[in-house]
Design a binder for this molecule. Structure first.
Ligand code: ATP
Length: 589
């Protein structure tokens, strides 16, 4: 397969702002891809050569890639740099310079490109830089201008096509599973292995049945199971059939620990490898985990080195750093509260009910001071659940997580279902729960805020259509420091037209690819003619919006944009608030 075919697809993807068109272009491409190449083509459409968790970065710095461009185009480096300053994108510069050499046919194949990219990623040690530069120059010399545009963007990690994982799954289902309606098994497989290339390969080799048979495997992070929220013990017990396992909800960072080949690897909530950050947690698990192969989930919490008491989340955040890790580990030690086991002695446990997994977890962990199991209790009444909740809060937790003990209470990777329901302190004190919203645009500031943004346009996620729908403009809650940094922080995601996955009636001054997630609180949810969350659902020509939104100061870097609050959650919050208002009205009336 020629690389030109891929470059043409990239160009069409880049030019569209309609999601269905994205899927159509991808489906056409996947349909034409020879089966043995599909895995690689899928990675390349994500701008990668391996799944994220593998930690393979092509990431050649722009400065170095500019040298390859100069070398391949026979141009002076100064000229490349000055064009780069004007165009702002090295891919465009490469395209322009190569076009000056006159048009030519390319014979680059996808396989060759992939091999080169792998070599660039793997080069290390002495002479690696020179090797990377010349490897890219070699590709560029043989490329057409259009191919050069995308080769450079891929190598520098800037291939932003606006293609989400869900669109790739849709396109795969369209071509190889009999239509988009059959996406579910592919999605489940992706949720448990986090590797789109592997799902694609399994699908073309063994069909949907092979994909359905895929199991979790240590080393491949599993998309976390998430919780719904409810405000009272009555509602929770009603929803869970009158009985549930209530667990403390610790306020720390979720971690998924994988043990294989004598090693422990830690993944964050968004499946990034965070092993280096927590050498102390790794050590606790090396000694405390019995099975040689395992996947365990726990909340990492900062603990007071003297008293052993739980410390607030903000302290744990100081452990997120690149340097001085040992010293930080001494200053802010952590403890682990384990709450699930996804893989253990019996292999894949995700299809087993909660109580089985909890028992397996108890057998698997040798507990100690800093390695504990989440405190839990089987509760059958509102009084019991209320008392347990009070105890959790008194012990320094955010609230409780109530888990279904039904026979079908499996581990639902990547889903926010009703098998887990969270209940936090905020819901009781009438304080609003926080929402995690994605920045999709910005409006320029005036006066004191000139030079930065006056407000950000933020959106909730709609997984059913893989779309981000706007929910409010948020301008308050930002410190001067936040404001000063915002343009810099958001610049990498800036695009010149509405990204295809964004649904907005407003036209902000700048658009962004959905990437940055902010924690926001607001006073209430109301009907709105401008925002597109739940558009037309309650009333024609109206969606939902958050009134008086305020940034809490917490960037949710632990969440991918697809992990943001969903449209469905907002809809439910809105419905519940309406019912409450009606109930209060009835009582008062
Ligand atoms: P939040 O922002 O409230 O932490 P979230 O969107 O990150 O929520 P939820 O599914 O709503 O995730 O809440 C579950 C989170 O609570 C988990 O991701 C985990 O980090 C944390 N947690 C703490 N204790 C437990 C527990 N015992 N069982 C499961 N999750 C727990």
């Amino acid at each position: 397969m020629q690389y030109t075919r891929l470059a043409q697809a990239y160009q069409r993807l880049e030019e569209t702002s309609a999601r269905l068109k994205l899927i159509e272009v991808l489906a056409e491409l996947f349909g034409e891809t020879p089966k043995p190449l599909l895995r690689k083509v899928v990675y390349l459409c994500q701008g990668k050569i391996a799944p994220d968790f593998a930690g393979v970065e092509i990431g050649l710095a722009e400065k170095l890639a500019a040298r390859s461009v100069a070398e391949a185009a026979g141009a002076a480096e100064d000229r490349v740099q000055s064009l780069l300053r004007r165009r702002g994108d090295l891919g465009t510069v490469a395209e322009e310079l190569l076009a000056e050499r006159g048009t030519r046919r390319s014979h680059l194949t996808v396989q060759e490109v992939f091999d080169h990219l792998e070599a660039i990623a793997q080069a290390s040690g002495k002479g690696a830089q020179t090797q990377k530069i010349s490897s890219l120059a070699d590709l560029l010399r043989r490329a057409t201008p259009l191919e050069a545009r995308y080769l450079v963007r891929t190598v520098t990690g800037k291939l932003r096509l606006g293609v989400g994982d869900a669109s790739i799954l849709d396109a795969l289902a369209e071509v190889y599973a009999g239509g988009r309606a059959n996406r579910a098994p592919l999605e489940r497989a992706y949720n448990i292995c986090s590797d789109l290339g592997l799902v694609a390969e399994t699908l073309v080799r063994g069909g949907v049945a092979a994909v359905e048979g895929m199991e979790v495997r240590p080393g491949h992070p599993v998309r976390p199971m998430l919780a719904q929220r409810l405000a009272t013990s009555e509602e929770i017990l009603a929803k869970l059939g009158g009985v549930c396992a209530a667990e403390y909800k610790y306020d720390g960072e979720r971690v998924q620990a994988h043990r294989l080949d004598g090693k422990v690897v830690l993944f964050s909530r968004r499946l990034e490898n965070i092993t280096e950050q927590f050498p102390d947690a790794v050590e606790l698990l090396q000694h405390g985990l019995r099975p040689k192969r395992a996947i365990l989930e726990a909340e990492i919490v900062a603990v007071d080195p003297e008293s052993g008491e739980l410390r607030p989340f903000q302290e744990l955040m100081q452990r997120r750093r690149k340097y001085g890790i040992e010293e930080a580990a001494r200053r802010i030690p952590v403890g682990l509260f384990c709450f699930d086991l996804l893989y253990g002695e019996g292999g894949d446990l995700t299809r087993r009910p909660y109580l089985d997994r909890r028992r397996a977890l108890e057998r698997a962990v040798r507990t100690g001071d800093r390695l504990q199991l989440a405190t839990w209790k089987l509760v059958r009444s509102v009084e019991e659940l209320d008392a347990f909740f009070e105890q959790a809060v008194a012990d320094g937790c955010e609230g409780v997580l109530c888990k279904s003990v039904a026979e079908d209470a499996v581990y639902q990777a990547g889903a926010r279902g009703w098998l887990w329901i969270k209940h936090k302190r905020e819901y009781r004190t009438e304080l609003q729960d926080t929402l995690d919203l994605v920045v999709v645009g910005a409006f320029y500031g005036r006066g004191r805020r000139s030079g930065t943004y006056g407000a950000l346009l933020v959106a909730a996620y709609d997984p059913s259509e893989d779309t981000f729908r706007t929910f409010c403009k948020v301008g308050s809650g930002f410190s001067d420091e936040d404001l000063a940094h915002l343009p810099h922080r958001l610049r990498p995601y800036q695009v010149d037209h509405r990204p295809p996955r964004v649904d907005s009636k407003l036209e902000p001054d700048v658009w962004f690819h959905p990437a940055v997630v902010l924690e926001v609180v607001g006073a209430e949810i109301t009907l709105s003619p401008t925002h597109t969350v739940a558009w037309g659902r309650l009333k024609e020509g109206a969606g939902l919006a958050l009134r008086f939104p305020r940034f809490t100061g917490r960037y949710r870097d632990d969440k991918r944009p697809e992990d943001a609050t969903t449209v469905e959650e907002i809809w439910e919050l809105y419905q519940r608030a309406r019912h409450r208002a009606v109930r209060v009205g009835e009582r008062e009336g």
